[in-house]
Design a binder for this molecule. Structure first.
Ligand code: AHR
Length: 306
């Protein structure tokens, strides 16, 4: 872990405008909207940047094409929130060959870390562990039937949140009876949960682990439509702590939320500035997450920026 150094500032450290291509995943969730806002605010004209923004609509091939376009336009630096972990080696090598530094934000890649300057984001595995520890403490040895709404298949948060959670619930009475992707969207969460409810009924499910709040919010609609009481008949644990998720927690429809902080813009802009100035930067910059039960959520909900 480490500190990203200067935050925002004047782009490359001089009077010249710094052109940055930012390849965002898309606009799948409330978290993503907050992240995009944070990035646009930090990479602003006022701060000396000319931001070329691309949102790939969760299409991994389209995101790689956007990065290739940034390379051919000769931008000064590229920032990527990689949709999936795999498949980045070639295009990162191309950026490196063109002398364009790459900073990753939010999600990680499996490519060698020689191919990018730095990454700033959250510890997704730890988020999964924190969510799983709550479930382990809440259900213990009690036989518990759990369904899982996974994030986008192949994405770092879906992979790591699954791994961390599973580690934390090992040896408890919690059994995963079904697990499918809802692609981090509210609609996806609703549709997949409808399928789970048709298959197992409200009575056949005790616990839902949703890899993000949006999918939990979609699932809440499905549970209510099936005549169940979310948070009681089916307990829910999710990740993000966006406003709507926190409200559902305060309302007792979600039981526990682990935060995933989307406010990464200033740190990412600071890294780009430092890298372009030739300063040494940390390879990985972790931002801390908190977790909330109902009482903790009620205490902070009005003061949170997203
Ligand atoms: O990569 C972070 C994840 O992406 C967030 O948890 C989710 O809401 C978003 O879509």
């Amino acid at each position: 872990t480490g500190c990203a150094g200067s935050s925002g500032g004047d782009g490359g450290g001089g009077d010249e405008v710094v052109t940055v291509g930012f390849a965002q995943t898309g606009s799948e969730s409330g978290w993503r909207s907050a992240n995009t806002e944070s990035m646009k605010a930090a990479f602003s004209e006022e701060n000396g940047f000319d931001l070329i923004f691309n949102a790939a609509d969760n299409d991994a091939a389209a995101q790689i094409a956007a990065v290739r376009d940034f390379i051919s336009r000769g931008v000064d630096a590229i920032v990527i929130a990689p949709i999936v972990e795999d498949g980045w080696d070639d295009v990162l090598q191309e950026a490196s060959d063109a002398g364009i530094p790459v900073v990753l934000e939010d999600r990680t890649v499996t490519a060698s870390d020689d191919l990018f300057a730095s990454w700033v984001g959250l510890d997704f595995k730890k988020e999964g562990v924190m969510a799983g520890e709550w479930a382990a403490e809440t259900f213990g040895d009690t036989p518990t039937k759990m369904v899982v709404l996974e994030g986008t298949t192949g994405s770092a948060p879906a992979n790591d949140r699954a791994e961390g959670f599973d580690e934390a619930i090992a040896g408890t009475g919690i059994e995963t009876i079904d697990s499918q992707t809802g692609d981090f969207t509210r609609d996806g969460g609703k549709t997949v949960m409808e399928g789970f409810l048709q298959k197992y009924g409200v009575d056949g499910i005790d616990l839902l682990y949703a890899h993000n709040d949006d999918m939990a919010l979609g699932a809440i609609e499905a549970i209510e439509a099936a005549g169940g009481v979310p948070g009681e008949d089916i307990q829910i644990v999710s990740i993000d702590a966006v406003k709507d998720g926190m409200q559902a927690l305060v309302d007792g429809k979600i039981n526990f939320i682990v935060e995933c902080n989307p406010m990464l813009g200033e740190l990412a802009a600071g890294l780009v500035t430092d890298v372009l100035a030739g300063d040494e930067v940390e390879k990985q910059v972790y931002v801390e997450d908190q977790s909330f039960d109902q009482e903790a959520a009620a205490a902070v909900i009005d003061s949170r920026p997203y």
